[in-house]
Design a protein around this ligand. Structure first.
Ligand SMILES: [Zn+2]
Length: 343
């Protein structure tokens, strides 16, 4: 099965759907989530095609607003998108509404402050999100048009809006759709997932004002439910240790382990580890230099739907010396970090 723009990979959902240690009710939640994800994937493919056509015909991107407007909808546990509009999300009695509203605004602020980017399309596009998607829906997604968050089954995953890196991960899928336009298959899919984890983690670190040494580098730490925690699971993924047994979705760590057709949530472990290694070698804060190098490659390469990992790695090598000429420590760190994962 092809990967999607969801945060939880399909085979983790299938594994949990068959996990006899879970109640039938919980297993049912994962079966339902997996079914819904197939449908959302079809919608995303169509939305990406529309973006490509729109970008090809547009002469310039005209900023619609200096900062993006946010609109939030409540699915009320249905699968109807976007759902019912929530009038004033920051003042809502619903904690999920307040959460998503505040964090989405923070992610927009992160992109504007750190990368001078005005929303997903750099043209002030309204950020549309829906909460309480489905019944015990155990995932979050970008469907090409909007973000949506499930409440989780409550035992393996809690409310997906609780982890701020999850929100930044989904929003970054939108940024990728408007920049590199990476596919969700093969190496490009792995890069697509990587960029979402990478900017998701950077956002989390920026929000907490952490150095690379202080950061935990975990993805989805705050959505791990009590039953998963009881099994020693502490995150969905770990950029510092992608193959760790504490990850709900452990990943590969070297390009030699990559196989064509692999779920991008697994192959993204290779660039995830390279990014972490490079950041640790450079020190300081991830978004200061290494993040700028990544963003430059993401936004100056044009549409590269079938980009190879080696191409991305080489472009970061070039971008590092272009952005920071004479910074040999940075250039060497970028080169060594990629070599360590076989790229
Ligand atoms: Zn994703």
């Amino acid at each position: 099965m092809r990967c999607t723009c969801h945060i939880v990979p399909a085979d983790v959902l299938r594994r949990l759907a068959q996990d006899a240690s879970l109640s039938q009710d919980t297993q049912r939640a994962f079966i339902d989530t997996a079914k819904v994800d197939v449908e959302q994937r079809r919608i995303r493919v169509q939305a990406v095609k529309l973006t490509m056509v729109a970008q090809a015909t547009a002469q310039t991107v005209t900023a619609l607003a200096p900062a993006p407007a946010l609109s939030l909808y409540d699915c009320n546990h249905t699968q109807n998108l976007p759902g019912t509009p929530i009038a004033n999300p920051p003042a809502s009695a619903d904690q999920t509404a307040r959460n998503v509203s505040a964090t989405t605004s923070d992610v927009a602020d992160f992109y504007a402050t750190v990368f001078k980017r005005n929303s997903i399309d750099d043209g002030g596009m309204t950020l549309l999100s829906s909460i309480h998607y489905g019944i015990k829906y155990a995932n979050a997604f970008w469907n090409g048009l909007q973000m949506a968050y499930g409440d989780g089954d409550g035992l393996i995953f809690t409310d997906f809006s609780q982890s701020n890196d999850v929100i930044a991960h989904e929003l970054t899928h939108g940024v990728t759709q408007y920049t590199l336009q990476l596919n969700y298959t093969n190496e490009a899919g792995g890069l697509n997932e990587h960029l979402s984890d990478c900017f998701g983690s950077m956002f989390r670190q920026w929000k907490a004002n952490q150095t690379v040494a202080q950061a935990d580098w975990l993805i989805g730490k705050d959505i791990v439910g009590p039953q998963a925690q009881a099994k020693g699971l502490t995150c969905l993924r770990d950029m510092a240790n992608p193959a760790g047994a504490h990850c709900i979705g452990p990943q590969i760590t070297h390009f030699s382990q990559y196989k064509a057709g692999m779920d991008p949530h697994y192959s993204s472990g290779v660039p995830n580890l390279a990014f972490h290694t490079i950041c640790m070698a450079v020190g300081g804060q991830s978004w200061d230099k290494v993040g700028q190098v990544w963003y430059r490659v993401m936004t100056t390469s044009g549409a590269k739907p079938a980009m190879r990992m080696k191409t991305f790695a080489n472009r970061t090598r070039s971008a590092a010396s272009q952005l920071y000429p004479g910074d040999t420590a940075l250039s060497q760190a970028v080169d060594a970090g990629w070599k360590q994962v076989g790229l």
